[in-house]
Design a protein around this ligand. Structure first.
Ligand code: FNR
Length: 383
């Protein structure tokens, strides 16, 4: 068992053990990747303010997200093709999250279906929807999520069309992969991935194949969904979808205070300040830079969370100190999954919780609810 001390350790193992096509799919941003890079480099510009001689006993990272008790305010973000990083990846991630006591979100574009994940995990999870033009599909998938006991719906609002990621085009990304010579050569050193994958039947997009007529050929699926994403999505349609669901809703992918106002107006229970991990609008600002403005605009009316760029507990602390009530992580747990499967996701969560706990203590804070702007040193003109 390798010694894991930080998310970077998991990232290195992920790269070593997972087919290049899927590692690249996770570890890339759109076009020039400026936003992808700045998501992490902007966090690094914010420094923590050390406080000494403060009683640090009785600390806790526990908090709530949407009224649910969590071991720390960190949820697993929806990530498409998680079941290609490791066989049954969504089930493994959901189980690790449930045992750890944090929420897991299942993507529309997952390999394991909603029903598969529900059957293999004890805790309720959240379901993320990409709205398609086909309202019948939207309705049916919401019914399935409800029947599976999903406790909240995440509506992703920043992907009416797909941002271009160069590596995916160059690698000829498909799920499952087509066994071309370069893919086979790559798999020669990653045979464990192949054996696990052969051992599962879940190798196709479980939420879609077999549930939508005309998608019996899974290799056509990504182009099919790209065609079907709802480019006409607007606030009325979002509101209709929220009514169709009838339960708690999180709107994910907001970067602008006016959009946050609209999200609060339509009654979102939470919003996620997010640029989709730098995978959509290249050139957009990092989430952490726009967070305070959005908290100031709507923080009293809805829970404001953040994702994009979180790779450590220190990053979580910074987001919470700037007013986020919680965060989501994407790549940080995907690296864990690709590195070591379910124990890798647990390792990623352990690393982040320990870093958050230690950094809180050294900042002189004992409760996440007490974190505030004064815990940080932010360069002039940063926001
Ligand atoms: C994503 N993200 C995403 N979001 C979503 O709403 N539905 C999805 O299917 C996906 N798929 C997806 C795949 C991969 C490989 C990544 C890396 C990301 C975005 C995700 O939910 C989250 O917003 C980002 O991952 C946050 O950024 P970090 O934590 O990865 O930097």
């Amino acid at each position: 068992m390798p010694v894991i001390t930080c998310i970077d350790d998991l990232k290195r193992l992920h790269r070593k053990r997972t087919p290049k096509m899927f590692y690249d799919y996770a570890e890339s941003g759109s076009y020039t990747e400026q936003t992808f890079r700045e998501n992490t480099s902007d966090f690094a510009q914010i420094r923590l303010r050390q406080k000494v001689a403060v009683d640090m006993t009785g600390r806790s990272t526990r908090s709530t997200m949407l009224g649910e008790e969590v071991a720390m305010p960190v949820a697993l973000a929806p990530v498409g093709l998680t079941g290609m990083q490791r066989a049954d990846g969504e089930i493994k991630a959901a189980r690790a999250a449930a045992k750890f006591g944090v929420p897991f979100t299942l993507s529309t574009m997952s390999i394991c279906s909603i029903e598969d994940v529900a059957a293999h995990s004890d805790a309720p999870f959240w379901f993320q929807i990409y709205t398609l033009t086909d309202d019948d599909f939207n309705k049916r998938i919401l019914e399935r999520a409800r029947a599976a006991g999903c406790s909240a719906l995440v509506i992703t609002v920043d992907l009416q069309l797909l941002g271009q990621r160069h590596k995916d085009l160059k690698n000829g990304l498909t799920a499952p992969p087509k066994f071309t010579l370069p893919v086979l050569a790559d798999l020669a050193t990653k045979w464990r991935w192949g054996i696990e994958m052969l051992g599962t039947k879940r190798r196709f997009f479980g939420n879609i194949v077999g549930h939508v007529s005309g998608v019996e050929d899974p290799s056509r699926l990504s182009s099919w969904t790209a065609e079907k994403f709802d480019q006409a999505l607007n606030w009325d349609r979002i509101q209709r979808l929220m009514e169709m669901w009838g339960g708690k809703v999180i709107l994910k992918g907001i970067l602008d205070a006016e959009d946050a106002e609209m999200a609060a107006k339509v009654g979102a229970d939470a919003i996620v300040v997010s640029n989709h991990g730098g995978r959509q609008l290249d050139g957009a600002l990092s989430s952490i830079r726009v967070l305070p403005e959005i908290v100031a605009a709507v923080g009293e009316r809805t829970e404001v969370w953040l994702d994009s760029g979180i790779r450590s507990g220190q990053d979580v602390l910074k987001a919470l100190a700037l007013g986020a009530k919680g965060v989501m992580i994407g790549r940080a747990y995907i690296h864990g999954l690709g590195a070591m499967g379910e124990p890798g996701v647990t390792a990623a969560l352990e690393v982040i919780r320990k870093e958050l706990d230690t950094s809180m203590a050294l900042c002189g804070e004992r409760r996440v609810a007490d974190l505030r702007r004064e815990n940080l040193l932010v360069p002039k003109g940063f926001f």
